[in-house]
Design a protein around this ligand. Structure first.
Ligand SMILES: [Zn+2]
Length: 288
């Protein structure tokens, strides 16, 4: 086990942070705008989000680099800023974390489909490799490849991320199938757990895609398929449209009620995804 993970797990469970996208929107980010551009244009509001989670008690905070590969940045005219966006993103979270929390830098999907021939495996590897190296250069303590639907893309990202020597968590999104236990591509919890374990992940998990209540069974099924620690970040319910606005209806207390069942099911790292906020992390902390 990676030394960083071992140290963290000596204080199991480990409290992670909550949503970034919805928090940045509260600070003025508009739908369709690049969240990552804020690392260069308005780092103060990015740091404020990280700080709000450190203050809430998160032992790990992520970074504003989810869309930090060249393929996502080029859609916003930032193709020549990949190194900067990621390095500075890690530096911002590190500043907020100080010696109170660790920073696991976020790497999300590229939006390119290997299966459709949008990119080759080598191109994908290079894109993730550039991002991972920049995040490491910015001082990240670990990397989290998250919200992945395509196991093949996740595995390529994992291989690139591991070259940094940092611990790597791979977190899939299960939002399909009658039991909400498959990725959009049809991969089951067990298939992903086994393949990611074999590919050398340090932690595996699931985030996004459904409300926190669904993650109890996901955590149990992951635990049964791997010896690795389990990372869980559920949503505050499914998004609903109310008067043209996206709202998440699960409250912080309702969310935190799942802390104990999640722990029992085998979750080691617990935090929140879309719709969660520092209030949710405070409620989780109290419950844990
Ligand atoms: Zn989410």
């Amino acid at each position: 086990m990676h030394e960083t993970i071992q140290k963290l797990l000596s204080k199991r469970p480990v409290l992670i942070d909550g949503a970034w996208g919805t928090e940045l929107q509260k600070q003025g980010l508009k739908p369709g705008e690049s969240p990552e551009a804020l690392n260069l244009e308005n780092p103060a509001i990015v740091e404020a989000v990280a700080q709000s989670y450190v203050d809430a008690g998160s032992q790990i905070v992520i970074t504003n680099t989810f869309g930090g590969t060249i393929y996502t940045l080029e859609r916003h005219g930032l193709a020549d800023k990949v190194e900067e966006v990621n390095r500075i993103g890690a530096e911002i979270s590190k500043r907020a974390a100080g010696d109170q929390a660790l920073v696991f830098a976020s790497m999300g999907p590229t939006g390119k489909m290997l299966m459709m021939g949008d990119v080759t495996e080598d191109e994908l590897f290079d894109a993730f490799s550039v991002q991972a190296k920049a995040l490491a250069a910015g001082g990240a303590d670990g990397l989290v490849i998250e919200t992945m639907s395509d196991l093949e893309e996740a595995t390529v990202a994992l291989k690139a991320a591991k070259e940094t020597g940092l611990p790597v968590c791979v977190s899939m999104v299960y939002d399909a199938g009658a039991d909400m236990d498959r990725t959009m591509m049809g991969t089951t919890v067990e298939q992903a757990a086994e393949e990611l374990t074999a590919a050398g992940a340090d932690v595996i998990g699931s985030n996004c895609g459904q409300g926190i209540e669904g993650f109890v069974k996901l955590a149990a099924r992951m635990k049964a398929s791997t010896d690795l620690p389990i990372w869980i970040k559920g949503n505050a319910g499914l998004p609903e449209m109310v008067e043209g606005k996206t709202v998440y209806k699960t409250t912080a207390d309702d969310f935190a009620a799942f802390a104990a069942p999640l722990l029992e099911a085998g979750a080691d790292f617990i935090g929140g995804c879309c719709g969660t906020s520092p209030d949710f992390i405070r409620a989780l902390k109290a419950a844990l």
